[in-house]
Design a protein around this ligand. Structure first.
Ligand code: IFM
Length: 455
């Protein structure tokens, strides 16, 4: 690093997307239904009744999108594979060759454009048929995922050398099986905890399979982590913060990097009767060893921190709140870049993590074109700029941070929020699906070209 905010020469700049959020269904090419196809059809689940049926139509427009990424100058593109596009019922050997061919062409197109593919195998679009058989709370889904990982890595592993098994297992289990905000919309502690375990187990079992099919590759998993701070110094707030950290962060980090679930969280689940100890039989002998199979990197998705106020503060401890949330993005997430720096340091101190990529970071700002074909989103530029400073400081602190992927390339289907929340560097015209690069696109382009924030 030579001048202030110049990044190391091998620092990787990228953008990220996911299949259901951008591709569009194109079911006539053989894709089977996913749980999101089902969930979005049910009235009331998604704002404005939006669906991913068309999304950004990336499935048809991928060549133009790759050309745009080349123009942006990114060295890497993180995208996900739609499991039911490859295996319509979720199970092999019933492969949809047209679906697999789509990703084959995309990988070749990226490599021709000098963009390294980073593939996420599971970004939430579970084949509906697997959900019909019980979904992630059922152990049978583990083997089905490993089989799917095997098929995809066999086909693409000669060219793809960076693999992410799962995206944000916390969201899959919590939003999918505990609070019902996401597909399949269930509400059960028992299901949520067993889903988490099976997601992690399927990750651990897929790692050696992918390595075998893709010589000299890197394999990791992406977690969304959220640093937590007590709103006041009261004991109750500190305990609630420890509990939040346990459920949100350590429940995933500990099994992956230490081979055990955090005892304090298990005790809380049992004492609050969220689950009975007999129900924990989904954790079988040897599972944690498999889950903690060493990996090459951790993918970190960072957006915000949490400020925790206990709802059980005893009268004598009624300490006034000392930390209040600061400015927020348009979806109400507090902007706190320094927490990313502190989180990165904590990860390297507390866990044996070889390398980290920021696999997602970005902001929802719902700015529309102003009548011209320009979108002035300085606030997104500031958000990304400040988080890159946090990355820079982390590199100075010797965090093994290898790269940064903006979430996201283009405005897309933001799950239960529909198309209302816009995280993209590129605006998509609702009527024509034409792509319009925002000011943040041009700013990121200069940042990559200079490998630096000094421009
Ligand atoms: O859009 C999502 C993405 O699919 C997973 N991480 C968070 C993003 C913003 O909510």
């Amino acid at each position: 690093m030579t001048s202030k905010y110049s990044f190391p020469n091998d620092f990787l700049w990228g953008v990220a997307t996911s299949s259901y959020q951008i591709e569009g269904a194109h079911a006539t090419d053989g894709k089977g239904p996913s749980i999101w196809d089902t969930f979005t059809q049910l009235p009331g689940n998604i704002k404005n009744g939006d669906t991913g049926n068309i999304a950004c139509d990336h499935y048809s427009r991928w060549k133009d999108d790759v050309a745009t990424m080349k123009d942006l100058g990114v060295q890497a593109y993180r995208f996900s594979i739609s499991w039911p596009r490859v295996l319509p019922t979720g199970n092999g050997p019933d492969i949809n060759e047209k679906g697999l061919a789509f990703y084959d062409r995309l990988v070749d197109g990226l490599l021709d454009a000098n963009i390294t593919p980073y593939i996420t195998l599971y970004h939430w679009d579970l084949p509906q048929q697997i959900q019909n058989q019980g979904g992630w709370p059922h152990r049978s889904t583990v083997d089905l995922f490993v089989n799917y990982a095997d098929i995809v890595s066999k086909k693409l592993g000669d060219r793809v050398k960076h693999w992410i098994t799962h995206n944000e297992p916390w969201v899959v289990s919590t939003n999918g099986y505990l609070n019902g905000h996401h597909a399949p919309g269930h509400k059960s502690w028992g299901e949520a905890l067993s889903a988490t375990h099976h997601l992690l187990l399927s990750h651990g079992l897929a790692v050696p399979v992918i390595r075998n099919n893709s010589p000299n590759c890197e394999v990791g998993i992406t977690l969304n982590l959220c640093p937590a701070y007590p709103a006041s110094p009261s004991i109750a707030d500190q305990q609630a913060t420890q509990q939040f950290d346990g459920e949100f962060n350590r429940w995933f980090l500990d099994p992956l990097f230490r081979g055990s679930y955090p005892e304090d969280v298990l005790t809380t689940h049992l004492s609050k009767k969220r689950i009975m100890s007999s129900d924990l039989s989904f954790i079988q002998d040897g599972d944690l060893q498999k889950i903690s199979t060493p990996i090459d990197f951790l993918g970190l998705n960072y957006y915000s921190r949490a400020i925790i106020r206990s709802n059980e503060i005893p009268e004598e401890e009624n300490t006034p709140v000392e930390i209040n949330p600061g400015e927020q993005t348009d979806n109400g997430w507090e902007i706190h870049a320094e927490s990313l720096h502190l989180l990165l340091k904590r990860l390297t101190i507390e866990y044996p993590i070889e390398a980290i990529y920021i696999t997602e970071n970005g902001a929802a700002y719902n700015i529309k074109p102003n009548g011209t074909s320009e979108i002035h989103d300085e606030i997104r530029i500031k958000y990304i700029h400040d988080h890159l400073i946090a990355c820079y400081k982390s590199l100075e602190d010797n965090v093994p941070l290898r790269g940064y992927f903006v979430w996201t390339l283009m405005d897309n289907f933001e799950w239960a929020e529909g198309y209302g929340q816009k995280f993209g560097l590129i605006h998509i015209d609702d009527a024509t699906l034409n792509r319009i690069p925002k000011d943040s696109f041009h700013w990121y382009q200069r940042t990559i070209a200079n490998n630096s924030l000094n421009h």
